[in-house]
Design a protein around this ligand. Structure first.
Ligand code: PLP
Length: 454
């Protein structure tokens, strides 16, 4: 008998869950979340959980926000959908474009292209980069360079930019012209323990790769301001500014994948802003509207956009960006984003993320010595990773088949705290409304779970 009210194993029999082994799920059916309020979610038995994963690091303003529900309801009463293709548009998309250009004015973003999620938004960025070079008469510039351990999504283009081997392997061969270079991972690299030296070295390796490929064949370099699914890898402070210089030297477009880091998560409005860098394109999803309705956005600066503005006046022509999905600029998603961004701005949630994130890191570091498995605590704002290891001195990873991470996250779940375990690194990415008391509740649960296992 399925202990989950109303589930009756239907999902286990009829769904293919993302990135989850059906045989595992038939023995351990997923927790069904029924409702949410603020930083808490509830299952069908009414049990309460602290949402340490923030949905899937996307529910930045917390669950059940009245302002967003009201905006969606009001838009439903007007019209639920109208397309932005072929000479029609809708007001929420128009307004959101204006709001987004204001949010990214400091980075110099000029226009936005809408889609329905992070993979699509990355896909659009790579295609925009390729078509940009065609527009300016250099169609040979088609290669996209990214970082090892990067995560940019699951569609074939975005997947080809990923640098996480197990996600790539089943779908090889991936797209030609996608290349990965070394990521500046301070905790795990064979080069140096000095972060600044590592930042310099990795920027040099990128430059060497561009030179090796031939700069005239490289369209863009894409990276996350802080790598997420790769294990929350915070680059040394000099890395992004040096990358900007490398890209400038070779006229390569710089794309920041801000799907997780955008809109406050790492303590600044934008991830790129933390590093003081102006990319040529920025890719958004997740926190853009806290997941109330799927939405992705690809933004580009005037350098890129102006290449599409010509004397040609036909609506459909080779000077159009030749890409688009039905749900681009979906009005419900756009009103949710406008309301969501208003909340982040009004409540200064990026500042809260910085403050509470620093406290959470401190508390996690304070229990690090006590437990034999905590190898590294790293992060920025409310984007934190706790890496478990077999041996703290040698940093030898755990044997994944021992399921240490899964056992700890299961114990935390039992205690009412949800954490995401990715290959024995816990990902902590709660709503940005998290308080110091929430942080204490979370660390106490992790501390107890680890003590049980020790
Ligand atoms: N880019 C980054 C940095 C992400 O973390 C993710 C998803 O986690 C994506 C892109 C893909 O977004 P989506 O899952 O909405 O397609």
């Amino acid at each position: 008998k399925d202990p989950r009210p109303g589930a009756d194993q239907h999902d286990v029999r009829h769904m293919l869950y993302p990135f989850a082994n059906p045989s595992h799920l038939s023995r351990h059916p997923p927790l069904v979340i029924e409702r949410g309020a603020g930083v808490y979610v509830y299952d069908g038995n009414g049990k309460r959980y602290l949402d340490g994963q923030g949905g899937l690091w996307n529910v930045n303003v917390g669950h059940g926000r009245e302002e967003i529900k009201e905006a969606i309801r009001a838009q439903l009463d007007r019209i639920s959908f109208y397309s932005i293709f072929g000479g029609t548009s809708n007001r929420p998309a128009i307004e959101l474009a204006d709001v987004l250009c204001r949010w990214t004015a400091q980075e110099g973003m000029a226009r936005v292209f809408f889609s329905s999620g992070g993979s699509e938004a990355n896909e659009a960025a790579y295609k925009l980069a390729r078509q940009y070079w065609r527009q300016v008469g250099q169609p040979m510039r088609h290669k996209i360079i990214s970082l090892k351990r990067a995560y940019h999504g699951v569609t074939l283009g975005a997947l080809s930019a990923n640098g996480i081997t197990p996600y790539r392997a089943p779908f090889e061969p991936l797209l030609a012209g996608f290349i990965q270079v070394e990521t500046p991972h301070v905790y795990r690299n064979p080069f140096t323990t000095d972060p600044q030296a590592l930042g310099r070295l990795c920027a040099q390796l990128l430059e060497r790769e561009i030179e090796f490929q031939g700069p005239d064949s490289v369209a863009a370099f894409v990276a996350e301001p802080v790598q997420g699914a790769g294990g929350v890898i915070v680059p040394p402070a000099n890395f992004w500014p040096l990358v900007r210089e490398v890209c400038d030297r070779h006229r390569v477009l710089l794309i920041a994948d801000e799907v997780v880091t955008g809109f406050g998560r790492i303590g600044s409005e934008m991830g790129s802003r933390l590093w003081g860098v102006k990319p040529d394109m920025m890719v958004f999803a997740k926190g853009i509207n806290s997941g109330y309705i799927p939405l992705g956005a690809t933004m580009a600066n005037a350098r890129v956009c102006d290449a599409f503005v010509t004397t040609d006046e036909a609506l459909f022509s080779s000077n159009a960006f030749l890409h688009g999905n039905t749900y681009a600029g979906h009005p419900l998603a756009c009103v949710a984003a406008i309301a969501n961004l208003e909340i982040i701005e009004k409540e200064k949630l990026h500042l809260n993320a910085g403050k509470v994130g620093a406290y959470l890191m401190e508390r996690l570091q304070s229990i690090q010595d006590k437990h034999r498995y905590i190898g590294d605590v790293r992060g920025q704002g409310l984007m934190i990773g706790v890496e478990l290891v077999a041996d703290k001195k040698t940093r030898a990873p755990l044997d994944l088949s021992l399921n240490v991470g899964a056992r700890i996250s299961d114990a935390c779940r039992e205690a009412g705290v949800l954490l995401r375990n990715l290959a024995d690194t816990f990902i902590i990415s709660p709503p940005l409304t998290f308080t110091h008391a929430n942080a204490d509740e979370m660390v106490d649960a992790i501390d107890d779970a680890m003590s049980q296992l020790d």
